[in-house]
Design a binder for this molecule. Structure first.
Ligand SMILES: [Zn+2]
Length: 343
């Protein structure tokens, strides 16, 4: 009788044990997964809806629409509790110059090029990047997550719709960077490395914001990796709505492995076309970092009929894909920020 009672008690304890463990797990979720759970389609729609609205007039660099977009991004970061990177605040102000418009020549941000251009008749625009940072345990190591927020503006002479809303290009990418910043805050865990969240101005005029940042950055040699977004809501293959392109520096095969394993582990609805690239110096702001020898990752959903057209509206986006890419890239950023080494 006594032995039987002990057996029953033992059975009860064994039955309760996994429950207790389960309960403990439920009360303290994994920080990475806690952050992941904060990423939503609703937030993506809210951010893109504002940035791609007609009121922002196509967010052309140097004009009111782009300035309002930058101000909005800074306010979002402030609301999340993500601190500015620079002591003066969220904005990194800079200028770009080009020859007067009848002379061939691009906008330049390098000090020497500007000094040379200023000797003649020239054009000048004032721009500003928005930069924020979550400090890490290793204060001398950085990773950067970025997307450009500017677009092509308006064309008054265009027949019909005159506003280049740039929902995919690149309000979609900005929504991802903001959601990733929020996810790191929600995780409640201090990362190993400092994570910079960068929103570039002047990409459409020649990667001006990212060029300026990499030229002026005093800790450029301490940046371990750069994660870029440019157009992640496109639907260029309606027959394969989960299709996306993932570029990464070939010398770091870990980037491709991370994505494949996270898609499997978290059941993400994505069909990545992984393209490793020896010298990723074209396309988007990734180029500015690749030129400095920094490994890059770049999420993209390829060109589509509304690419650089006034028809790039929020209604045309593939919201499920945009949200799944945001989740996948947050998981990449988590590894970039927290893995001791990656190669
Ligand atoms: Zn773009």
């Amino acid at each position: 009788m006594t032995r039987r009672l002990s057996a029953i008690i033992l059975c009860c304890i064994l039955a309760v044990l996994p429950l207790t463990a389960q309960k403990r797990k439920n009360s303290a979720p994994d920080p990475k997964e806690k952050g992941l759970a904060s990423i939503s389609e609703t937030t993506a729609r809210a951010i893109v809806g504002f940035l791609a609205s007609d009121e922002l007039e196509g967010r052309e660099s140097g004009l009111n629409g782009a300035n309002v977009a930058g101000r909005y991004i800074a306010s979002c970061l402030q609301m999340m509790g993500v601190q500015p990177l620079l002591p003066e605040g969220y904005f990194q102000e800079f200028s770009a110059c080009a020859p007067e418009r009848q002379v061939k020549g691009r906008f330049e941000v390098h000090r020497d090029s500007i000094a040379k251009l200023q000797q003649g008749l020239h054009r000048r625009i004032n721009l500003r990047n928005v930069l924020a940072m979550i400090p890490g345990e290793h204060s001398d190591e950085y990773v950067v997550v970025g997307a450009h927020f500017d677009h092509l503006g308006t064309d008054r002479m265009l027949e019909g719709d005159k506003i280049y809303n740039g929902a995919d290009d690149n309000a979609s990418g900005v929504s991802a960077v903001l959601q990733i910043a929020k996810a790191f805050v929600e995780s409640g865990k201090k990362p190993l490395r400092n994570i910079i969240f960068a929103f570039w101005d002047g990409e459409e005029r020649g990667l001006l914001g990212s060029k300026h940042f990499t030229l002026e950055c005093p800790f450029i040699g301490q940046i371990k990796a750069y994660l870029n977004f440019d157009m992640i809501g496109g639907n260029n293959r309606p027959e394969d709505p989960q299709y996306m392109v993932f570029f990464h520096t070939a010398a770091v095969p870990a980037f491709g492995r991370w994505l494949r394993s996270d898609i499997e582990r978290y059941g993400l609805r994505l069909h990545p076309d992984c393209r490793s690239w020896d010298n990723p110096v074209s396309g988007s702001d990734n180029a500015s970092f690749a030129r400095c020898g920094i490994p890059i990752l770049w999420y993209h959903t390829d060109a589509h009929p509304n690419y650089h057209k006034p028809g790039d509206h929020a209604e045309g986006l593939n919201w499920d894909k945009l949200t799944e890419i945001t989740k996948a890239s947050y998981l990449n950023a988590w590894n970039m920020a927290n893995m001791e080494i990656f190669e």
